[in-house]
Every structure is written in C-alpha cells, then in structure tokens.
Design a protein around this ligand. Structure first.
Ligand code: ADP
Ligand code: ZN
Length: 594
C-alpha cells in the first residue's frame, strides 16, 4: 500500500471521527435542555414535608409523577408504593400541596420534540453505519473491524460479567432442607478434582421452583459465596430478543465467558421466558433454548460450571430441560411458614436496633402469606419510619405501620390472608384431612398447610403415587375426600365459600370419568373413545349417573364430618396456630384423636 493512500485513509478516518464528535455534542446538548430533575421518592417526600413542592401530577395508570417546585422548576419522581401511600395521606389530611390525577396525554409539541431529539441522538450512529458500510472493505484490516461494531449495534452490546457474591448460608433462613440439597455443590465447586477422580457425575443444572421473593436468587448467591466462585446472573427475558438469533448468540457468549471463569455459577432468573415448551410457538426462543441445551450437553467434565435456573412457572417448561444431565435436580422453594418467617426476620434484624416490645415471633404470626422479600421490606420500611421520626430504635408501632404498607402492595396481588379466610381455610383443610384419615387410613398424608400458595389457600399433601390401575373403591373414596373440605365449612362454620371450587371440579371430573370411560356405573358401555359415538343421549345419561355417584359420596362424607365435628375443630385450631403440620404431626394427631 502506498504512503499517499495510507495518508488519504487516515485523513478520512479523522474527518469521520470529527463529524461524529460534533454531532454527538449537539445531540447531548439538545437532549439535556429538556431534561428535568429526577428525584428519588424519599427525597420527594422530604421536599413535600419541607414545603418545597407545590404541586404533584400523577398520570392515570402511569408510574412517574411530575412535580412542580415552589420556585416553578419541574421534576420527575417514580411512584413507589411508599410514595403513593404518602400522597394518599397528604390528600386525606387536606395538605397544602395540590395533588392531581391527570389523564395521560402527550401534546403535539411533546411528540415532535421527542422525535427531533430521537433523530439527533440516533444521527451519529446512522452516520457511522453508513460510513462503515461504504468503507467496510478499506477498514476491515484496520485494528478493530467496523463490521463487528455494526453487529454489536444490531444485537446490542451484550457484555457478560460475573460478580463476586458475599452472601453466606447464614444469610438464608427458613429453607434449611432445600439449602442442604445444595451444599454438596459448594464442595464440588471447591474440589472438582476429588469428584472427578472418583468418577462422579457432577450436577450440571439445578432448577429452582417457587414464588417470587422466596429466596431463590439468594440461595444461588450463597452457593457462589460459600464456594468463593464467580457468579453470573442473567434474566431469562434478556435472551428473548426481537432479532432472530440474538438470544442464541447471547447464550453462547454467556457460556463461553463462564467456561473461561470456571469454576463458577450461572444463575438464570425467570427461566420460563426462554425455556417454554418448544411447542408454544415462540420460534425465537426455540433457537435460544436449543442453544442452551446444546451448551449444557457439551459441558466437558472439566468445565466445572453449574447452571442454576429459577422459575415461578415450572409447568410451562419444555420437557427436554429436565432430562438427565441437564436440569436434573429440582428444588421446590416454599413460601415461608410461621417458623421460617421468624428465622428470616431474625436474619434481617441483625443490623437493626429494636425496642423491647418488638418480638420477631409475634411479627411472624402476623405476616401469613409474606415472602422472604416481603419480610425484608417490612423491617426496612419500619426502620425508615423510625428514622424519619428521629427515633433511635424501631418500635412495635413502626413495625405495624410497615406491615400495613407492605400489605397494600400484597393485597393487590391477593397474596395475603385475612384472619377470617385463615380460619375458613383451616376448617376446610381439616375437613379433607379427617375424611381421608377415616375412609382411607392407609393413604399417607405428607403434611397440611394453610400457607397460601399460587391461587390456593391451603393444601393437604396426600400420597397420590401413581398406581397403574385405579380402583373404583379408591376413586369413590377420593371423591369423598374432595367433598370433606366444603362439608366441614358447611357444618362447622354454617356457611360455604367459593374456596372449594377446585375440589368440586375434581370430584365432578372423576365421577364423569368413571361413567364415561371406565364403565363403572353398572353399564358396560364405554361412552367416549373407541368405536362408540358420544351422542347427546349418552351424554345426558352420563351426567345423571355421575351426579348419582357424587351425591352418594357427598352423603357419605357428610356423615363422617358430622361424627367428627370435635376432631375437625381441634385440628383446625392446631392448623391456625402452626399453619403447617408435618407428616409426623398429622399422624400423631390422628392417632390420638380418631
Ligand atoms: P427470588 O429469587 O426467589 O425471587 P430473592 O432471593 O431475590 O427471591 O429474595 C429477595 C430478597 O428477599 C433477598 O435478597 C432477601 O433479602 C430476602 N429473602 C428472601 N428469602 C429469604 C430467606 N429465605 N432468608 C433470608 N432472606 C430472604
Ligand atoms: Zn379443598
């Protein structure tokens, strides 16, 4: 290449950089002119208290409020729960500031200025792409090819960086059993050689399933912290990109970097957003998922990378995920019961000061349905409340205030139980448990819980291990157990609730199956499937037969509940108190009371 040519190219690069720089400066300037101050919600609250803010506009359905200071300048503040709560109080107390809910509308002016500022901010990039495209050939052998930059601009600058975790096992409370199952991973990450020499198959993937805020991330971090290895955290939705192939590319990047940093842990939150069933029609995520599985299958024994994935929707995951050698270890992380809540509160109380009237066991009892994250917020909100009032200790009134604030958020998600619902759930579950213990004492009850989970208020964990054939007798008993809950409500509380809807459905379904598929109704004709056409006459007959089965089962269950009122009440009281009874406790109760 001649000297003249070289110089010509350097000049072109120089000009290009100059243009980009000038335009960037203009863009930043224009942009920052329409910039308003952004306040944190606690700052905004302070300003309102100090009378520095005269007006707050809350957009309908929006999440950023516009505030006007007394000096006329404007600002924005994110509407947090605490802030919303505070504003509500200001409104209720007729405070001096104006709070107005405004319909969200963007003026023409706003829209135009937005478009202009967008064009300005994008301009340098467009220019860069244009130049790079034109000059790609001549640039490609200059250090750092432009081709790469364009790719990065299209796919986003995906950088993978591990963090160091300082979480320890002692920071995780109330899920000891679950944690126990993970401890050997720590040992493996610390001494991979030991396991390899013995020819052990190392766990590659752990799948954690549980409601948000129950400590899944915390557990994963604790493993990384205890093993003292890098922690890569990614959210599943970051792989769910609009451009085909980007998600898969990111997975490749992530695993590549992880291997370079091994031993280490990859933690993928909201795993369902990439690991949905491949039949769900998300074609892009299918590529991503395939890439992820390929990466995991390709782990060499020396790779020493453990992948931990967390989800709240295990039911939508593709079955290929859970295959041997992939995510073959599953951990269910439950909502904390009263004992677990006390332990979690104690962890978060460590660095805070409390007045003598604050007893963690009492707080635990008041917070049914709160997750670990909710409990952490309670103590945090309480501390803020105490500090605001200039107190040196957090007292019971601060805690109660904080519970109320967190409750507002939870009620929206309908996670929390009021005392009346709790009593009803306890009676209902006790009903199921007693009827089951009477009609099928051989069926194990692994535990009873009235800690709400998902949509349901409570559970009996009956042993429903699959047998190949279902016997008519067993099915009839199961229908009786289904009705046990509602009948207990009816007889003991003299009222029935909508809470039994799931039970009624399962009972009806089972009875219908008995009639239509298994010919257990005294006739021999199978009414669906096979060669027999399922017609209206048969269908009407089938529901009459099924209704008959249900009625008989209902009456039988009612007789049992009637005869065991005292026991059901006693069990319900015990449940209300403890919220969760173990297999042993249930067995003990039945032994002593039936
Ligand atoms: P998840 O990943 O299940 O949504 P996280 O692990 O992110 O929940 O929990 C959020 C926060 O809640 C944690 O950082 C911690 O402060 C608190 N927390 C949740 N569960 C526990 C627990 N079992 N013990 C102690 N703190 C907990
Ligand atoms: Zn029920």
């Amino acid at each position: 290449m001649s000297e003249a040519k070289k110089r010509g190219r350097i000049r072109r690069i120089g000009i290009l950089i100059l243009i980009v720089a000038i335009i960037s400066i203009i863009a930043i300037k224009t942009h920052s002119q329409n910039e308003v101050i952004h306040l944190r919600y606690d700052e905004a609250i302070e300003y309102i208290k100090d009378g520095k803010i005269s007006r707050v506009e809350v957009p309908e359905g929006g999440n950023t409020a516009t505030i006007t200071m007394t000096d006329g300048s404007k600002g924005k503040v994110l509407i947090s729960e605490t802030f919303a709560e505070f504003l509500q109080k200001e409104i209720d107390n007729d405070s001096k500031i104006e709070v107005e809910i405004v319909a969200e509308e963007t003026s023409l002016f706003d829209t135009i200025s937005l478009i202009i500022s967008l064009i300005f901010s994008l301009f340098p990039f467009l220019l860069l792409i244009y130049f790079a495209k034109r000059m790609n050939k001549s640039f490609s052998n200059v250090e750092g090819s432009f081709g790469k930059t364009i790719e990065e601009m299209m796919g986003g600058n995906y950088k993978v960086k591990p963090v160091e975790s300082n979480v320890r096992f002692t920071d995780v409370a109330g899920i000891d059993e679950e944690m126990e199952q993970l401890k050997e991973i720590v040992d493996f990450l610390r001494n991979p050689e030991k396991y390899r020499l013995m020819g052990a198959r190392i766990p590659k993937g752990v799948l954690m399933n549980g409601e948000p805020g129950t400590g899944k991330t915390l557990m994963a971090k604790a493993i990384a912290g205890e093993a003292d290895v890098p922690f890569f955290q990614e959210n599943g939705s970051n792989f769910d990109e609009k451009f085909v192939g980007v998600g898969a590319d990111r997975v490749r990047q992530l695993f590549k970097t992880a291997r370079e940093n091994a031993p280490c842990i990859i933690f993928i939150d909201e795993f369902d957003s990439i690991a949905q069933s491949r039949y769900s029609g998300h074609s892009y995520s299918e590529q991503t998922l395939n890439e992820l599985l390929a990466e995991m299958d390709g782990f060499e024994s020396g790779d020493n990378v453990v992948v931990i994935a967390a989800t709240n929707h295990i039911e939508v995951l593709d079955s290929a995920i859970t295959r041997r050698g992939r995510f073959d270890r599953h951990i269910y992380v439950p909502m904390p019961d009263v004992t677990a809540r006390k332990e979690i509160l104690e962890v978060h109380a460590r660095n805070k000061k409390f007045a003598e009237d604050v007893i963690m066991a009492d707080i635990a009892r008041k917070t049914v349905g709160f997750s670990g994250a909710d409990l952490e917020s309670v103590l945090n909100e309480a501390t803020i409340h105490a500090v605001r009032q200039g107190k040196k200790y957090v007292s019971l009134s601060d805690i109660d205030e904080a519970i109320a604030i967190v409750l507002v958020g939870l009620e929206k998600k309908s996670k929390v139980v009021n005392p009346r619902d709790k009593e009803l759930t306890a009676v209902h579950e006790a009903g199921h448990a007693i009827v089951s213990a009477v009609v099928r004492p051989e069926t194990k009850n692994f535990g009873i819980s009235i800690v709400p989970r998902g949509g349901a208020g409570g559970y009996n964990f009956f042993d429903v291990s699959d047998t190949t054939y279902r016997r008519k007798k067993d099915m009839l008993k199961e229908i009786q157990v289904c009705y046990g809950g509602r009948i207990a409500e009816e007889i003991i509380l003299q009222d029935i609730s909508s809470g039994a809807i799931g039970d009624l459905e399962s009972a009806s379904k089972m009875a219908l199956q008995m009639v239509t598929r298994f010919a257990m109704d005294g006739t021999l004709m199978v009414k669906v499937g096979g060669e027999v056409e399922y017609n209206k006459v048969l269908s009407a007959n089938a529901s009459i037969q099924a209704e008959e089965i249900c009625k008989t089962a209902y009456e039988a269950a009612k007789a049992i509940v009637d005869a065991h009122k005292a026991q059901i009440l006693k069990l319900a009281t015990l449940l209300s108190e403890k919220e969760y009874l173990t297999q042993e406790e249930v067995a003990q109760f039945m032994k002593e009371n039936l």
